[in-house]
Write a protein that binds this ligand. Structure first.
Ligand code: ADE
Length: 265
C-alpha cells in the first residue's frame, strides 16, 4: 500500500510517521508514503495557494491549479491511486471503507483547508469525497491520518501477530468483547472468573457473549448489517428473558402504571 498525501502542512504527518507501528511498517516497506506540499505546485513568486471566493463571503478557498499540479505529479508514480478528497461533505468513513481501501494498491489523500477547496477538484480530480464525521476540522490532515492509520493496520505485516486486526471491534460487524489485564482485582472490580479458568472454549463463549451484549448496549444499529449465528440468537434470547423478567418485576411494583400516565418521560 502506498499513501500519497497532498497538504499545506507536511510537518503535521511527522507524528504519525515517527510512531512505533507506522514507523516499523515504513522501515520494512510493508507500506510507503509520500507527502507533497501543495505550495510547491503553486506558480508565481509567492506560491499562492488560496484566493477569495467568487460571489463574495468570508474566508479563502484553495485554488484548483496547485492541487491539480500536485495530483498529476503524485500520479506519475501511482497512476491508479484511489483519490480521496477529505471534506466534511463526504461520505462518512467507517471500518467497511477501511477494508475496501486496504485492497487498493495506492491511496491519494487531498487535505483541504480554509473555507474549502475549489469545487472543480471534487468534480474532475477525485474518486470519492470522504468525511471522518459530522464536525468541521480546520483542515483535512487529521482525517487523512485517521484513514491512513485505520487502513494500514489492515495490511498484512503492519501489525504484529499478537495484534490480530481480525479480532477487532467491527471486524465481524460486532464490537470487541471486554478486555482485562493485571491486576486481577482493581478498585474492587474483579476479572471474570472464566477468563482466569484457562478453559479455552468457555473463554471463547464468554467473549462472544460479551461482544453481543456490548453491541446491543452501545451500538445496536450494527445488528442491521450482520447475520447472527444460531448460537448468537440463543445468547440474545437468554438476555431477552432476563430483561423481560426485570421489566415484569418492575411492572408489578407499579412502574407500568407510572409510564402510562407519561410521568416518567
Ligand atoms: N476537513 C474538515 N472537516 C473534515 C471532516 N469532518 N472530515 C474530513 N475532512 C475534513
Amino acid at each position: 500500500m502506498h499513501f500519497s498525501v497532498l497538504t499545506l502542512f507536511p510537518e503535521m504527518f511527522d507524528a504519525l510517521f515517527n510512531h512505533s507501528i507506522f514507523k516499523r511498517a515504513l522501515a520494512q516497506n510493508v507500506i510507503s508514503a509520500d507527502i507533497y506540499n501543495i505550495r510547491d505546485f503553486a506558480i508565481g513568486k509567492h506560491h499562492v495557494t488560496d484566493d477569495k471566493p467568487y460571489g463574495g463571503g468570508s474566508g479563502m478557498v484553495l485554488k484548483p491549479d496547485p492541487i491539480v499540479g500536485a495530483i498529476k505529479f503524485a500520479k506519475k508514480w501511482y497512476p491508479n491511486a484511489l483519490t480521496l478528497l477529505l471534506t466534511p461533505q463526504g461520505k462518512t468513513f467507517d471500518q467497511q471503507m477501511a477494508r475496501e481501501f486496504s485492497q487498493e494498491n495506492a491511496l491519494l489523500l487531498i487535505c483541504g483547508r480554509y473555507e474549502g477547496v475549489d469545487e472543480r477538484i471534487a468534480l474532475d480530480h477525485t474518486d470519492m469525497e470522504i468525511s471522518i464525521g459530522n464536525f468541521v476540522l480546520t483542515g483535512g490532515e487529521p482525517a487523512a491520518m485517521i484513514i491512513m492509520d485505520a487502513v494500514s493496520r489492515l495490511i498484512p505485516g503492519v501489525l504484529g501477530a499478537d495484534d490480530a486486526a481480525q479480532l477487532d471491534s467491527f471486524s465481524d460487524g460486532l464490537l470487541e468483547h471486554a478486555q482485562y489485564t493485571r491486576p486481577e482485582n482493581f478498585d474492587d472490580h474483579h476479572v471474570p472468573d472464566i477468563l482466569l479458568s484457562g478453559h479455552h472454549q468457555n473463554i471463547s463463549d464468554w467473549r462472544r457473549e460479551s461482544s453481543l451484549v456490548r453491541t446491543l448496549l452501545k451500538h445496536p444499529d450494527l445488528f442491521d448489517s450482520i447475520t447472527l449465528t444460531s448460537e448468537d440468537l440463543l445468547i440474545l434470547r437468554k438476555w431477552e428473558k432476563t430483561i423481560e423478567k426485570i421489566i415484569g418485576n418492575q411492572s408489578s411494583c407499579g412502574a407500568a402504571s407510572l409510564s402510562s400516565t407519561g410521568k416518567n418521560r
